[in-house]
Design a protein around this ligand. Structure first.
Ligand code: XUL
Ligand code: CO
Length: 444
């Protein structure tokens, strides 16, 4: 799809034009080698399958600081000293990058887009002003909002939690922020709305009533859902699991924990999961595992695409370049029916040592190429390899006879015992893991 570029009064990425597909023989670092947006894979184009989004926070608000050192990335949109002027400059830079990169979607937190004011009303007004500016740029470029969210973790008032704070006064401030962020998401036609609870957890059990806090979180989500629906939000609410960091323990630990929570508190009709690769690995799982659990529950909403570092356990939010990992992820997504109204949001940042403006483009190009290539591979495996059929065949003993009766709930424990006693020791059947693994490699 041809899109118009947004270049504001000042061009923030001079010398970088629209990123084009040049194929794998190209030696141009600012070109796609595998992502050809209009290329059809199966029944959809790459753009329609992958639904890429750029995140506002890492890309335009993160500046490379870490706990041991200050900012390393000094970018031109940070020059205005006055916060609202800086917000406008950041937005111009953001839409310039979105459109030059050729992604259809973006995602933001309220505080990425507009600065916090001195009062709830001033914060709301700041956000409303920037939402008007974003709406204008969306109209001009065709860019769409994959999801909005509220930053309920950065301000010091949230140090003991937001919706799960032991102080009700803090919970009301979290509600005010979510209300305004939902207004913003609806005004910008957002297709989803995300809750990530970085401070929704605890540092010590000794000072925490976990039962009450988790019930407060559920109540908060019910009220947010009700408000969203009342203002016409038709999209999906998403909870993004993460086990820890910044809290020692977070209540949305992993996909299965969130699925249980949503079902227990009767939220699964409106809420799904936003699965992030580096959060799954931080929980001791693979990315594909958390995706599979979500697909199995019918609750895969969207994806935050990134990767951790295998040598440490942090949320390093690196750009995804591991093809094998991306193939595994897309095998699960394709078998689950695709991303639907979700997308692949690059919740990823270039390293603090990557200080050139072009590095931001190069990081995203690498991530997009990785998933484009993985899509082609995963689609070929799904269609031709026989893996899915072979996996189903492992369960053939449940397809008829006593196995099917068991699945229907018709055999009690004593009946099962009698079947075992009559049939004797089962044959040893190979799991064939190496066969499956070798086949995946054959398609890479
Ligand atoms: C933090 C994280 C967030 C959420 C949105 O680890 O992933 O950026 O995606 O709040
Ligand atoms: Co995320």
């Amino acid at each position: 799809m041809a899109r118009s570029l947004f270049v504001g009064e000042r061009e923030y990425f001079p010398g970088i034009g629209p990123i084009a597909f040049e194929g794998r023989e190209s030696d141009n670092p600012l070109a796609f080698k595998f992502y050809d947006s209009a290329h059809v894979v199966g029944d959809k184009t790459m753009e329609e399958h992958l639904r890429f989004a750029v995140c506002y926070w890492h890309t335009f608000c993160g500046k490379g600081a870490d706990p041991f050192g200050e900012n390393t990335q000094i970018f031109p949109w940070d020059e205005p000293a006055e916060p609202m002027a800086a917000a406008h400059a950041r937005m111009d830079a953001a839409f310039e990058l979105f459109t030059k990169l050729g992604v259809p979607y973006y995602c933001f937190h309220d505080r990425d887009m507009a600065p916090e004011g001195d009062s709830v009303a001033e914060s709301e007004a700041n956000l409303a002003t920037m939402v008007d500016a974003a709406a204008e740029r969306q109209r001009a470029t065709g860019m769409k909002l994959l999801w909005g969210t509220a930053n309920l973790f950065g301000h010091p008032r949230y140090m003991n939690g937001a919706a799960t704070n032991p102080d009700f006064a803090v919970v009301t401030h979290a509600a005010a922020q979510v209300k305004a962020a939902l207004d913003a998401t609806v005004a910008l036609g957002g297709e989803n709305y995300v809750f990530w609870g970085g401070r929704e957890g605890y540092a010590s059990l000794l000072n925490t009533n976990t039962k009450r806090e988790i019930e407060h979180l559920a109540m908060f989500l019910h009220k947010a859902r009700d408000y969203g629906r009342s203002i016409g939000f038709k999209g999906t609410f998403l909870v993004e699991p993460k086990p820890m960091e910044p809290s020692k323990h977070q209540y949305d630990f992993d996909a299965q924990t969130v699925i249980g929570f949503l079902r227990h508190f009767d939220l699964a009709g409106d809420f799904k999961l936003n699965v992030e690769a580096n959060h799954a690995t931080l929980a001791g799982h693979s990315f594909a595992h958390d995706l599979q659990m979500s697909v199995d529950a019918g609750l895969l909403g969207s994806i935050d695409a990134n990767r951790g570092d295998p040598q440490n356990g942090w949320d390093t939010d690196q750009f995804p370049v591991d093809l094998y990992d991306a193939v595994h992820a897309l095998l699960v997504v394709l078998a689950g029916g695709g991303l639907r109204s979700g997308g692949l949001n690059f919740d990823a940042k270039v390293r603090r040592e990557s200080v050139d403006l072009e590095d931001i483009f190069i990081g995203h190009i690498g991530g997009m190429d990785t998933f484009a290539r993985a899509l082609t591979v995963a689609h070929a495996i799904s269609g031709n390899s026989g893996i899915a059929e072979r996996r189903e065949a492992r369960y053939a003993s449940f397809d008829a006879g006593e196995g099917a009766a068991f699945e229907r709930g018709e055999l009690d424990l004593a009946a099962l015992r009698d079947l075992a006693a009559t049939a004797g020791e089962p044959a040893h059947t190979s799991g064939k893991q190496e066969w499956y693994e070798n086949l995946v490699n054959q398609y890479l």
